[in-house]
Design a protein around this ligand. Sequence first.
Ligand SMILES: [Zn+2]
Length: 556
Amino acid sequence: MKNLVLLLVVLVSFGCISVKHPNVTVVEKPLTSIKVKKTKPKLVIGIVVDQMRYDYLTRFYSKYGNGGFKRLMNDGFNFKNNHFNYTPTYTGPGHASIYTGTTPKTHAIIGNSWYDKYENTSVYCAGDSSVLPVGTKNKAGLMSPHRMKTTTFGDENRLFTQFNGKTIGVSIKDRGAILPAGHSANAAYWFHGANEGVFISSSYYMSNLPKWVQNFNSSNTVKSYLKEWNTLYPIETYTESGSDKNNFEYGFKKQTNFPYNLKELARVKKPFDIIKATPYGNSLVADFAIEAIKNEDLGQDEFTDVLTVSFSSTDYVGHNFGVNSKEVEDTYIRLDKDLERFLNFLDTNVGTNNYTLFLTADHGAIDVPTYLKTKQIPAGYVNEKVIEDKLAAFLDQQFKVSGLIKKISNDQVFLDTELIKSNRLNKAVIEEAIVNEIITYNTVYKAYSSKTLLTTDFTKGSAYLLQNGYNQKYSGDVVFMFDPNYISYKKTGSTHGSGFNYDTHVPLLFYGNGIKQGETFNKTEITSIAPTISALLGISFPNGSSNVVLSEALIN
Ligand SMILES: [Zn+2]
């Protein structure tokens, strides 16, 4: 009897141990990990939210539901101190850097547009006059990734899988679809608003739009978004942003407060463009991405596919209304819903443990300087024309030759090298003179000559950022940056491009197959994303990538 009681006690205790004892939990975890590790993701999804500052995760946290941003933050791995490691922080370079794992120094997308010294004209990062538009007759279809010099992880996955694994890029903006998808993509689709309201592509990828894209374009989906835009929740609950009516917003036809009647506010000749600048542009991209997964059978076989999705409307809204606006808050609350819808679709159609996803941004954005000034924070506007004229006059006087500056583009001075040669001038001397002159100008913060950037290896600070953004072949001869919070922009709305935290600090969330749950405040760089995904897939790293793998997020 005594023994039986003892046995019972032991059994009960064991029962307790198997449920509650920490040792048992420790045993269980590696088993789950091993199970996850053995299956490669069938689909990798890269999500870029255009102009998303890191603090949009935290500022609007209480407004998010459990199935969108919060799901990625709480169940995935959250890199809380992730930054762009170069300037200029624009959309083209941003998307190229995320997917190639390197900076403009190597991938050569040095801006959205830039002065090309070889073609002696301004070129666009995704522009390609050698291709034909597909799905439109408009020149909005004359696009390809040909100016990007290195491979994306999607390219490496295509090579690795003998081109069985697909890559498709989707975005409102052409460059947001084309650069992420890379050179060997099956397709990139972007939205042509204007008077057409359709997703288009170019002959770089295909000769005709697939039937499912044609069906999407002829459906009522796009038109259905030309409706009223009001706040999703009562506006008085939007306590994380400034007042709805203020002097810091540009607005639609001068209207800067809710609700917006999009049909009435749309431009008569280009009615569909307004959708891009509202949260409905993000919904539209989510709709299209879901159709792409369904119709292209993404994530359905043993060959990993790659889908790149870039939500551009966040950027248009930020430029129009500024980072502290009710419009931005509502756009993120609504994007959270679209994200939840998209994740639920992935769970059902690809399978909960069959996909790996990351979410980041192509750059952040500045608080509207006119607003900052009202709060006594140093901020303001730069007149580039004044700087250009002053610098030209200085060089004329100093070197007795006029027209030495060919162009100032993206805060880079391009010199006329032919003129320098024919006048037997020393280029290095001119560069140094420009640096010493321009640094004395109001609002100029830093300036470096190409000689300095090419002969010194910088490891931190603004010189490091400028150097990573400096391409020996394509960049100018002197580069400079403006004071913190000083921008060359209109007096309303936000912009970006600098190397300061408001432009460099962006979210980085990994989620899904092969990803641990966790978070870190350790500083990471945007160019680690591509090698991390490559490591997860066991494929070659993109050919120009040189940054570390974020191994703390990966299940070993
Ligand atoms: Zn922008």
